[in-house]
Design a protein around this ligand. Structure first.
Ligand code: ADP
Length: 292
């Protein structure tokens, strides 16, 4: 490990232009995928995630996602610093933030997320690079139509992986055939989205700033973020009322929420197997009831 920290501190010094001789201060729990650490010299502190060298592209995509959201000047993310390789490891470095704040920041989170969702792309739905969702590859090839994007780059891709994993989704074709109807009369603009906005990827700093982190960024229907906030537990109600006041949701969201969260449940089946297969089948059933 010692070599890693000297490589990381040398690169931080190079990128920030300030001599940094930080030491690993603490190991941070709570992440799903990577080992996470704080690195500090008593003045500056950075948050560092480590993984195998083969995961460098994952960290590069995360860094690019943080940069994209930071550039929108709408919602706070940890400032990205650098990524790199050290021996058998890859790493990402970003600003350290002290989480654990309370108060009225969830309303601000809703307003800030709505502002981020007003950031659009002329290129349509997608992003300039692939990234990952969990540890699964997430393609983001640009599409003009949201329906085509959701069909090919999201559900279709995960269904293919799930088939290879031995998953059985008897109503898959019926769902794919119903997609035009499920998304008809819905013509969202391409919004900058976080892409993986479950409650573990949003927090409040001790000075009361709402922050989102660990993104799987692309330009898509903003409702994907709202839907995911309700998938594994919900955000506080202040968040939803402030979001809705700033940027009201369109009719039919309740059904699309199931369609958008199906993507994450399929991904969970691909990552973890088990009961996610039957959960996905129940969601498909719920969606098909809506079109019959
Ligand atoms: P993983 O990619 O492994 O899922 P996360 O990016 O979610 O890891 O980070 C793991 C945990 O570290 C988070 O739950 C959060 O508590 C903490 N954390 C994330 N980003 C920062 C940061 N910039 N500064 C301090 N702590 C952070």
């Amino acid at each position: 490990m010692a070599d890693i920290w000297s490589d990381v501190t040398a690169q931080i010094s190079q990128v920030t232009g300030q001599a940094f001789r930080g030491k690993q201060t603490r190991s941070v729990g709570g992440g799903c995928i990577n080992q996470a650490y704080g690195l500090s010299d008593g003045q500056m502190t950075f948050f560092v995630k480590l993984n195998q060298a083969s995961k460098l592209a994952m960290f590069e995509a995360e860094l690019a996602g943080l940069q994209e959201i930071h550039s929108s000047q709408t919602i706070r993310v940890p400032l990205p610093v650098c990524t790199g390789l050290s021996g058998a490891n890859s790493y990402i470095v970003m600003e350290w933030l002290d989480f654990g704040g309370r108060g009225h920041a969830w309303a601000a989170m809703g307003r800030d997320l709505a502002a981020m969702h007003r950031t659009s792309s002329d290129l349509g739905f997608g992003w300039h690079r692939a990234n990952t969702i969990g540890e699964t590859h997430q393609p983001n090839d640009w599409q003009e139509s949201w329906y085509a994007f959701w069909r090919d780059q999201r559900l279709g891709y995960q269904f293919r992986l799930a088939k290879r994993r031995g998953g059985s989704f008897p109503q898959q074709q019926a769902l794919m055939d119903a997609l035009p109807e499920l998304l008809s009369e819905h013509d969202p603009m391409p919004s900058l989205v976080h892409g993986d906005l479950w409650s573990g990827n949003a927090s409040i700093t001790t000075v009361g700033e709402p922050v989102i982190f660990d993104p799987a960024t692309y330009y898509g229907d903003r409702e994907v973020d709202l839907a995911m906030t309700e998938l594994f537990g919900s955000f506080p109600t202040d968040f939803y009322s402030a979001y809705e006041a700033a940027y009201p949701l369109s009719e039919g969201y309740a059904t699309r929420k199931i369609l958008y969260n199906l993507y994450h449940i399929l991904n969970h089946f691909n990552l973890f197997g088990g009961g996610y297969e039957s959960q996905a089948n129940r969601m498909i059933q719920q969606l098909l009831v809506k079109v019959r």
